[in-house]
Design a protein around this ligand. Structure first.
Ligand SMILES: [Mn+2]
Length: 386
């Protein structure tokens, strides 16, 4: 049977099955057609560990080659039209060259990511350095990134501060807190109206004793002090094991302070593995919060932040997007009325079963129909490997 015919049959079958639960399959298909995920320029290069890096020579090494790979991914999946860049990894003399290249490839540049962790001057911190000249240098770098963002009409400045200390007594927590608040105030004042500052947190690494912005609570506090253009960025790999990320997501959504995600997965620490590869159920529970009718996610940025050490980066990116489409569709399937009723009745079994029912549903026909309606290949990974 030809693939499209088989898809129509499977889709009709699922449509009937969902209709019995008063779920309109078309709503989910339409939602899926609108989903957009940003991929990062650095995700198209070969990742590595502190022990080494395995390259096969085909990986792009500059931003132009990376954009070509991103365009390939977008052509095959139709859901990744924007690319995040990192300064200085993607630094060029004339940013109009990047603008033109992206435009030519049907892409746009998304979040701008400043780098405050590689320069030798940052050995003892960037925004928290005891030397005011180094703090100044770090602020100026962020301001430079705002200017670069303006060239691309970028709506997001995405900040991760690696600052922290390795030993007790090494730094004064309260001085450092003050320096961060001062620095970010200056950054915030220089943001154009259309740009948001997303503050990313991470509980440890590279520092092992303390990290200044180690939790969502600190990122949230900073974002609240700054104002409405500052929000929190949740990187799925930046929590201690066992942390309830769906709870954090719900909390931030209810405060209108969830700005975006760095999507990846982890088994032990900040592993940067393929999203949904280790704990797809956790990813599902995160999306259950995101697709809650009370959540305003119109401005939310879904961004990938992964490191592909052995997988082909372009294949890994397509696989990631595929996982996300499935989980997203499953999360919309949750019967919210039933869930609320069983929660209010303290029926633990029924509440959990309501979630599991959606999670167990095979949504492949919906994912493929969304692609078919957009004239895309039904199986992008297979298409790439042809
Ligand atoms: Mn990240």
């Amino acid at each position: 049977m030809p693939e499209v015919e088989r898809l129509n049959r499977d889709y009709e079958h699922l449509k009937e099955q969902l209709r019995r639960d008063n779920i309109d399959i078309e709503n989910i298909t339409n939602a899926l057609m609108c989903l957009e995920i940003e991929t990062p320029s650095w995700g198209y290069g070969r990742g590595g560990t502190k022990f080494g890096k395995f390259v096969d020579g085909n990986e792009p090494t500059d931003i132009f080659g990376k954009l070509e790979e991103a365009a390939k991914v977008n052509r095959l999946t139709g859901i990744a039209p924007s690319v995040a860049i990192h300064i200085p990894w993607d630094k060029v003399d004339d940013y109009n060259e990047i603008l033109n290249k992206a435009d030519h490839l049907g892409l746009r540049i998304g979040a701008i990511n400043p780098n405050l962790f590689e320069d030798q001057d940052y050995k003892y911190g960037s925004l928290t350095n005891t030397n005011p000249d180094i703090r100044r240098k770090a602020i100026d770098h962020i301001l430079e990134c705002i200017e670069i963002g303006k060239i691309f009409n970028s709506k997001i400045l995405s900040l991760w501060l690696s600052d922290g200390t390795n030993y007790p007594g090494q730094g004064d927590f309260r001085d450092r807190k003050e320096w961060i608040e001062e620095s970010l105030s200056e950054v915030y004042e220089n943001l154009p109206d259309y740009m948001r500052l997303l503050i990313e947190y991470k509980f440890f690494e590279p520092a092992f004793y303390h990290t200044d912005i180690f939790s969502f609570g600190i990122a949230l506090d900073l974002a609240k002090k700054l104002g409405s253009k500052a929000q929190v960025l949740v990187d799925l790999g930046h929590h201690p094991r066992g942390t309830n990320i769906p709870h954090i997501v719900a909390y931030l959504l209810s405060e209108c302070k969830l700005g975006g995600f760095h999507l990846n997965d982890a088994k032990y620490a900040d592993d940067d593995l393929t999203t949904g590869s280790i704990d797809p159920y956790q990813l599902f529970l995160i999306f259950v919060e995101l697709t809650d009718p009370r959540s305003d996610t119109s401005e939310l940025a879904y961004m990938i932040d992964q490191s592909h050490n052995e997988k082909n980066p372009t294949e890994a990116m397509i696989q990631t997007l595929e996982n996300l489409q499935h989980i997203y569709a499953k999360s919309i399937l949750v019967d919210r009325e039933k869930l609320k009723a069983s929660q209010m009745a303290n029926d633990t079994i029924e509440s959990e079963e309501t979630l599991m029912k959606a999670f167990r549903t095979d949504v492949t026909p919906i994912v493929k129909m969304a692609r078919h309606k957009k004239g895309l290949p039904l199986s992008p990974l297979k298409e790439l490997r042809k």
